[in-house]
Design a binder for this molecule. Structure first.
Ligand code: DX5
Ligand code: ZN
Length: 220
């Protein structure tokens, strides 16, 4: 089985030294940089906006995997595209016209992702699967790092992986929330191809980042 893409979430980085942290996690082997954008409205936490994404852009050439937990999301898409996002992921609940939102993201030349909250069923994607490049299965309720992985989401990952394979789609299946090295293995076994990790990637400080990422990849 191929090693999963590892996308460390900078939500667990030291916000006072974000540029340095992005460089360190990149050098440690991160495949993508996962950026959690929260608005204090769609989710009960407030993080960063497009200006910070733009400021971080020169610090890494790796894809910026931007997870938008904001509503309404449509008015902000252009700003994140211009700031240097490579993948823009939205929640279906964050706007009235998901299909239009996804077309807009692709129209901006970016990869389009849809994120499913733990209670949001996979069938939400029935009529948009060919409009997306990535599905982000939330294995915690979005808003905070350091929460416990919700085991029921493994079934959702499995069902989505089967469907993606059956339909021969080129869609990355990413999991986000509470993923450590043990759960990483379970997610990959269930069919995940990319893993977000905040706590488990940034644990222990910069000297540990490479080992943390290797453990998540299953190669430690
Ligand atoms: C939660 C975020 C996640 C989170 C992951 O709303 O989308 O990316 O920060 O952090 P851990 O790995 O600590 O759960
Ligand atoms: Zn995230």
């Amino acid at each position: 089985m191929a090693a999963p893409i590892i996308a460390p979430s900078i939500l667990s980085a030291d916000f006072a030294r974000l540029g340095e942290e992005v460089r360190a996690i990149d050098a440690a082997g991160a495949d993508w940089i996962h950026i959690d954008v929260m608005d204090g409205h769609f989710v009960p936490n407030l993080t960063i906006g497009a200006m910070v994404v733009k400021a971080l852009r020169p610090h890494s050439a790796k894809p910026f995997d931007v997870h938008l937990m904001i509503s309404p999301v449509d008015p902000m898409l252009d700003a994140f595209a211009e700031a240097g996002a490579d993948i823009i992921t939205v929640h279906p609940e964050a706007g009235p016209h998901l299909h239009r939102t996804l077309q807009r993201i692709r129209g901006l030349g970016k990869k389009a992702g849809v994120s499913l909250n733990p209670a949001t069923p996979a069938k939400m994607l029935d009529y948009v699967l060919d409009e997306i490049d990535l599905v982000l299965v939330m294995s915690v309720n979005p808003g905070f790092g350091g929460q416990k992985f919700i085991a029921s989401q493994l079934r959702k990952i499995e069902a989505l992986a089967k469907r993606i394979a059956k339909e021969g789609l080129d869609v990355t299946l990413e999991v986000d929330g509470g993923v450590d090295a043990t759960l990483a293995r379970q997610c990959v076994d269930a069919g995940a191809t990319a893993l977000v990790a905040g706590t488990a990637a940034f644990r222990g400080g910069a000297d540990h980042y490479a080992a943390n990422i290797a453990a998540l990849k299953g190669s430690a």
